[in-house]
Structure formats: C-alpha cells, structure tokens
Design a protein around this ligand. Structure first.
Ligand code: DC
Length: 219
C-alpha cells in the first residue's frame, strides 16, 4: 500500500501521543510529536532568559537552535544542540511557556520549515495543533482528537502524578487556559481541518480510537 502522511491534531490530554505511537507502530510508520519542538523553544528561551513576547530574542534563539529527533530503545528522543532534553520539556511550567511561544509567528515560521523537512519520506504520523490545517494541508488522512476538559485533566494528572504535586483541579485549570491560548491565537490556531475526521475520545479507550483510525485509513 502507498505510504501516507497522517495528521492528528487536538488539545492537550486528548490522547494524541499514545494514539499516534500505537497507530504508527501498527502501520510501520515514523511518528513525530511536534509539540515537543515548541516545548524545546520554550525551554531554551527559559535558559537564555528570553521572554515569550520578545520576538527579536526568540528569532535570534531559533536561528542558533539545532533540533533533531532520534530514536533509541526508550523511544523518540529530542536533542537540542546535541543535548537530550526529552525529559526536561515535560513539566507544567514548560507546557504553559510552550503555549505562549507558539503564538509568536517568528517561532511558528522557524518550526514550519523544520517540520516540513521531516516529511521528505512518506509513512509518517504527525501529531500537533496545526498539522492538518497549516503544516500539511495536503496530508492523506487527517484526524482531530478531542475529549472533555475534565477527562483530559484526569488523564494528564495521572501522567504527571509522580513528577509534580499538582492537583487535578490545577491541571484542569491549566489545560483550559492552554486550550484558550491555542484556539484564540492569530497564527495557526488550533482547530480541525475541514477535511479531518473528528473523534471524541471522552468515552473511548486508546485501542478503540486506534481501531477507528485504522478503519478510516485502510478503508
Ligand atoms: O502537544 P503539547 O502539549 O506538547 O504542545 C505544547 C504546546 O505547543 C501547545 O500548548 C501549543 C503548541 N503547539 C502548537 O502550537 N502547534 C503544534 N503543532 C504543536 C504544539
């Protein structure tokens, strides 16, 4: 079968990452988590003391950044100028900062080229917020995965439980705030592509979602 480009967009905690990993395994495809790239810019900006609304500072930072994904036995790892930042970018603080820097067109422009260059070989599942609308408008199959804010907060809380002392209420508040930032920004706002299949995962298991996607992809 022809190798495809598949996009999965949607808000935090909807299950995109787990679903994308499983789907790419089932299809023998690569998987790219584009949120990690925005998180990397946020982390590097924090290290450099650059504020998320300092466009000149962010532009300069991006021009010196070397971000690459590598795969090892732990899975997909992200290197920034050769240092492995995969674990450092998964904190609530970096989540909020990633959402803030992702609203800046200078950051989106830099990451647009990088993401498109990752698609030279077909057979890839791309996960993000604007994959089907802006980065790969010609993708072969597009999905938008959503779930209620409460469900998403509980899922995220379970993931973070061992790492932070956040309550489920705090996680929900941050998720709602991030949704609002990501949906209302002018540059490439989070929304379903017109030709995306929308799946509400509130009452579905990961495996149910993956099977629905496979049915849709394989027809
Ligand atoms: O998927 P994530 O939670 O790791 O993404 C972190 C932030 O990055 C998210 O709040 C918005 C931004 N993002 C984006 O604007 N576009 C993408 N394609 C992926 C993420």
């Amino acid at each position: 079968m022809k190798r495809l480009v598949i996009t999965i967009d949607g808000p935090a905690g909807a299950g995109k990452t787990t679903v994308s990993r499983k789907l790419s395994d089932r299809l023998g495809y690569k998987y790219i988590d584009t949120g990690a790239l925005y998180r990397a810019v946020a982390l590097e900006a924090q290290f450099a003391g650059i504020s998320p609304d300092d466009d000149t500072g962010l532009e300069h930072l991006c021009s010196k950044l070397g971000l690459i994904f590598v795969r090892d036995k732990r899975g997909l790892r992200l290197l920034s100028n050769n240092s492995d930042i995969t674990d450092q970018i998964r904190t609530p603080e970096i989540s909020m900062m990633a959402s803030a820097v992702s609203a800046r067109p200078v950051v989106r422009k830099y990451l647009l080229d990088l993401q498109r260059n990752m698609c030279r070989e077909k057979g890839v599942v791309f996960e993000g917020r604007d994959m089907g609308t802006v980065v790969f408008p010609d993708a072969d199959k597009k999905f938008y995965l959503k779930a209620s804010p409460k469900t998403r907060a509980i899922r995220r809380y379970k993931e973070l439980k061992s790492k932070t002392s956040q309550t489920v209420e705090k996680v929900e508040k941050e998720i709602r705030l991030r949704d609002e930032n990501d949906e209302k920004r002018e540059a490439a706002p989070m929304k379903p592509a017109d030709d995306a299949l929308i799946i509400d995962s509130t009452d579905l298991s990961i495996d149910d979602v993956v099977e629905m996607m496979l049915d849709y992809i394989l027809g």
